[in-house]
Design a protein around this ligand. Structure first.
Ligand SMILES: NC(=O)c1ccc[n+]([C@@H]2O[C@H](COP(=O)([O-])OP(=O)(O)OC[C@H]3O[C@@H](n4cnc5c(N)ncnc54)[C@H](OP(=O)(O)O)[C@@H]3O)[C@@H](O)[C@H]2O)c1
Length: 292
């Protein structure tokens, strides 16, 4: 029996845990902050349910074959107790999150060859703990290699299009290009449809252009028209769609600002590439969160 522990059973983590649990050959444990009983996922193909073991205390956890972490990036440190308990000498860690620093964030715990970074495009929302709406089957991309292919095999029985790709870096930066533009929505508290406003769209293009310059310096193969493609994507999306940075700000939660825009500034600085637009949105969104 393959043992899997999923840390962070929110929209993405809960969906993936429920799908994995459909395979009786996999033993799925969920490591939660907020306790709940059972997972019910409204998927594009109908409701699926699962009853994995739900733990809320790392003292009850033991090493497993696979740890999947799907907390928001700002909750990484709070998962330390889980990682201490779950990672043994053979354990592999799959990092399911946005950004381009999946591996770096966990190199203090296990070697790179046992860390599988994953770019996730599974639009999902949590209505309540354990109750999730999965909007599309979606896809997950991981780097090609033994660990990446083994993770893809775990999802073979699901409709999620999991794929091990040769150029993972490019995939991660393409997703970052989409995400970095979303800071405009969070800043002005306007949903996706604001991309039809040419002024807002121009600021988004500038954020993406900086992302492209830094991503290329990092080795990503990014097309010249990526900024325009990102704007077209926002304009084609539901006009009332709210990205997760925006949703976190509205809810008064921390934001994945460093993982989505701060990283462009930090890595830009390392390459001597100016990123004033991303630096500005980071500064303004951080300042907006200050309670005076
Ligand atoms: N949602 C999407 O459509 C989507 C799509 C693509 C990528 N992503 C990315 O995927 C990642 C996860 O996003 P999400 O939307 O799934 O977030 P989410 O719904 O907020 O879920 C995060 C989960 O982590 C749990 N958590 C936080 N700290 C924890 C801890 N110390 N121990 C155990 N559980 C802990 C939270 O617990 P509580 O129940 O207590 O809140 C919550 O269940 C992010 O990087 C996001 O940007 C999301």
């Amino acid at each position: 029996m393959t043992t899997i522990a999923l840390i962070g059973p929110g929209a993405v983590g809960g969906t993936i845990a429920a799908w994995l649990a459909q395979n009786p050959a996999l033993s799925v444990t969920v490591c939660a902050r907020t306790p709940f009983q059972g997972l019910e996922i409204q998927t594009p193909g109908g409701m699926i349910a699962a009853s994995p073991v739900v733990l809320t205390d790392p003292a009850k956890a033991a090493p497993v074959d696979w740890v999947l972490i799907a907390t928001k990036t700002y909750d990484t440190a709070s998962a330390d107790g889980w990682l201490d308990a779950l990672i043994g000498p053979e354990t592999r860690l799959v990092v399911l999150r946005n950004g381009v620093e999946h591996v770096e964030s966990f190199l203090d715990r296990l070697p790179a060859e046992r860390i599988v970074p994953a770019v996730v495009d599974i639009p999902a929302e949590r209505d309540a703990p354990g109750r999730i709406r999965q909007r599309r089957d979606g896809w997950i991309k991981v780097p090609d290699g033994e660990a990446g292919r083994a993770f893809v095999a775990l999802l073979a029985h699901t409709p999620i299009a999991a794929e091990a790709v040769a150029d993972f870096r490019t995939q991660a930066w393409k997703k970052l290009a989409l995400n970095c533009a979303g800071a405009v929505n969070a800043l002005i508290l306007q949903p996706s449809g604001i991309a039809h406003d040419e002024g807002a769209a121009q600021v988004m293009r500038t954020l993406v252009a900086e992302c492209v310059a830094v991503g290329r310096a990092q080795g990503a193969d990014l097309p010249d028209d990526l900024a325009d493609a990102v704007i077209e994507g926002y304009r084609a999306a539901a006009p009332d769609g709210i990205n997760s940075l925006h949703a976190d700000r509205l809810a008064g939660r921390p934001m994945e600002l460093d993982a989505r825009n701060g990283v462009i500034v930090r890595q830009g600085t390392a390459h001597g590439i100016a990123t004033p637009a991303n630096a500005m949105v980071v500064a303004l969104l951080n300042a907006a969160a200050i309670r005076l």
